[in-house]
Design a protein around this ligand. Structure first.
Ligand SMILES: Cc1cc2nc3c(=O)[nH]c(=O)nc-3n(C[C@H](O)[C@H](O)[C@H](O)COP(=O)(O)O)c2cc1C
Length: 206
């Protein structure tokens, strides 16, 4: 077992991730939950873009997951549908820390997604209906016309679009990284074969 202490201490990597995010929320100037999400296309060519990490789930049995929301028909949505896999990195400049995750992805399109959708501003809810995310768009005015159309059709209480919801990343690897003097950074990698397998924790060379 690796000699972990201080910010790396604990038996549950999801709880550690939550603690780090809470610290970052207090220190970052904006979007402490912004993460770079990576997927691969059908040729194995990687793709990366920012999304917002909306939930770090910590379950009673010690398992957990990372949840974000998007359009299922988007480029990322299609790539996840094809592979069932994704990775992300979240970096906090002021804390000088990062968390890297690689895992298997499933949809969250139940009550939890409904609840999150309902918590968003009305304009964001209508925007989700109007945006055919990642598809070519002829002009901004045609997007705004689309928003006006769904506003007229859906009113002030739009239901969650069936093509919009959450993705839950269940990790097989989580790495916690913290800046060290002279680039002698600390890295701890948690790995497991699958969800039911125990975590193996290793300290890595920087
Ligand atoms: C800080 C930040 C946060 C973002 N959060 C989200 C998000 O939570 N969900 C989302 O679909 N797009 C989000 N975006 C937009 C994505 O980066 C991206 O442009 C969009 O999802 C389309 O990606 P795709 O074509 O690879 O599917 C965010 C962009 C930035 C810069």
């Amino acid at each position: 077992m690796a000699d972990r202490s201080g910010k790396f201490a604990g038996d549950n990597p999801f709880a550690i991730a939550r603690d780090w995010l809470a610290e970052a929320t207090a220190s970052e100037i904006n979007d402490p939950n912004a993460m770079a999400l990576s997927t691969v296309d059908e040729d194995g060519l990687p793709n990366v873009r920012m999304v917002l990490l909306k939930e770090i789930e910590v379950l009673d049995d010690g398992d957990g997951a990372f949840v974000f929301y998007t359009n299922y028909g988007s480029q990322k949505g299609q790539e996840i549908a094809a592979t069932g896999k994704a990775a992300f990195v979240i970096h906090w400049k002021s804390l000088r820390r990062q968390i890297r995750v690689r895992g298997l992805v499933t949809r969250e399109e139940g009550p939890q997604a409904d609840e999150y959708y309902a918590s968003r501003s009305l304009k964001s809810r209508l925007g989700a209906w109007a945006s055919d995310q990642s598809q070519p768009l002829s002009s901004r005015s045609s997007l705004l016309a689309g928003v006006a159309k769904v506003t007229a059709a859906k009113g002030i209480n739009p239901e969650r679009p069936p093509f919009w919801g959450g993705f839950r990343i269940s990790p097989v690897e989580i790495e916690f990284w913290a800046d060290g003097d002279f680039r002698l950074h600390d890295r701890f990698k948690w790995s497991r074969e699958g969800r039911v397998d125990p975590w193996v924790i290793r300290r890595l060379h920087p």
